[in-house]
Design a protein around this ligand. Structure first.
Ligand SMILES: O=P(O)(O)O[C@H]1O[C@H](CO)[C@@H](O)[C@H]1O
Ligand SMILES: [Mn+2]
Ligand SMILES: [Mn+2]
Length: 404
């Protein structure tokens, strides 16, 4: 028996998606050519990412496993600063699902491509139909909502945070993803009240094939500014079929969710959940090597690349986050024991050099330690789930084929 550790670097794509022209930022600009990792590496090499860090992108550990090679394979783009000869398993994965959001990417990685099209809200004001707004008002006990449009979650707090405190009305917004996000002040509105509101409207919203209701609690004041807290909670639709998480638990193993993995899978097939800032998650991941048993899956998502830097189009911040993560990788690899598979991948792109503030359709890197040097080439997202299942000796393989 063996153990598997699947570590998703949220939004750390590597370009080259053949269907990128079907996905957009700013309504009209296709994602063709977007490449989160390569464009960050290029900006660093050009001296355009000097805020809080300096010089070429430094990711020696993941590059050593095969990250630079994976980017070049996926996209043909240059990878300045990342030119090591791989010592790990490496390749790039392509998504087939019609969506570039987090649940869609994770479900397909876990063996289940999306069998439907998500519902979306139009980029108009108001964005939400009257019955949705009425349901929110009823559940919150208020007589209106603020926002009611497509927005960036940090920008809308600056715009409406003070009015929210003054009026007590929740801030409700969406994006190109299939989401309703509700932002409310933890103290003025109340954290539990925000959770109860999101939970109450989730069934109606899911019936409209809207993938998630996201509670976006924040703190602060008009004078100090408003900051989102780590108490975000996602009320996601249940995956359409059993996923890798269910296969593991059905076979008697445990799935240890680190970060928002539990929420993404609507807590189906999830044995334990640990949440927090990415720095905390790294410690939970390290500790999981001491507690995970044979047959278990540790499934982690590091979200700050996406939420703090990708959506904010902050290239230097994104580069710093990548460099921090890479500096932790030797600690992870040292914890491995014989039979462990440790696989790093991503769920979509979020190129901080791109227009707009939304995800970008990209291939994602697949690099792994524990199986020696091996090029797997171009694979599908669901092949990752099939390979992890094969590694754990599971019968179910989902839609993919194992590359092991
Ligand atoms: O701008 P914020 O609130 O971070 O929103 C982002 O977070 C949502 C969920 O991942 C996405 O749909 C994206 O719009
Ligand atoms: Mn994501
Ligand atoms: Mn995102």
């Amino acid at each position: 028996m063996t153990r598997a550790f699947v570590i998703v670097l949220d939004s750390v794509g590597c370009g080259g998606a053949p269907d990128a022209h079907k996905f957009f930022n700013n309504k009209t600009v296709p994602d063709t050519g977007a490449n989160t990792l390569a464009h960050i590496a290029q900006a660093c090499a050009d001296g355009d990412a000097e805020d809080g860090r300096s010089g070429p992108l430094s990711m020696p550990s993941l590059d050593g496993l095969g990250l630079g090679a994976a980017i070049r394979l996926a996209s043909g783009d240059e990878t300045p600063g990342m030119t090591a000869t791989p010592t790990g398993l490496w390749g790039a994965a392509e998504e087939v699902s019609p969506g570039k959001d987090t649940p869609t990417g994770h479900w397909e990685i876990a063996g289940v491509p999306l069998p439907w099209d998500w519902g979306y809200f139009p980029d108009t004001v108001p964005a939400f139909p009257a019955d949705v707004t009425a349901a929110i008002c009823r559940a919150a006990g208020v007589d209106g909502i603020l926002g009611d449009k497509h927005a960036s979650g940090t920008v809308i707090l600056n715009e409406l945070g003070a009015e929210h405190i003054r009026t007590g009305l929740p801030i409700v917004y969406t994006s190109v993803d299939s989401v309703i996000q509700i932002a409310a002040h933890e103290e003025h509105f109340g954290l539990e009240r925000l959770y109860a509101l999101c939970e109450a409207i989730a069934p109606m919203v899911h019936d409209m094939r809207i993938g998630r209701v996201i509670a976006r609690p924040f703190l602060g004041s008009e004078a100090e500014g408003f900051t989102r807290t780590t108490n975000r909670r996602d009320y996601a639709m249940t995956p359409p079929e059993p996923t890798l998480c269910d296969w593991v638990t059905d076979a008697g193993g445990k799935v240890h969710a680190i970060g928002k993995i539990g929420d993404i899978f609507a807590h189906r097939g999830i044995s334990s959940v640990q949440k927090g800032a990415d720095a905390d998650l790294m410690e939970y991941l390290l500790a999981s090597f001491d507690s995970a048993q044979d047959g278990d899956l540790v499934f982690a998502n590091f979200v700050e690349f996406d939420t703090k830097y990708g959506h904010r189009r902050d290239i230097a911040g994104y580069a710093s986050a990548l460099e921090w993560f890479d500096s932790q990788v030797p600690r992870v690899l040292k914890k491995m024991r014989d039979g462990d598979l440790v696989l790093f991948t991503a769920d979509h792109g979020n190129d901080p050099s791109w227009v707009g503030t939304d995800h970008t359709r990209e291939r994602v890197p697949v690099v792994a330690a524990g199986l020696g040097a091996c090029e797997i080439g171009q694979v599908g997202f669901s092949d990752i789930g099939a390979s992890v299942a094969a590694h754990l000796g599971l019968k179910n393989r989902g839609a993919g084929r194992s590359f092991l």
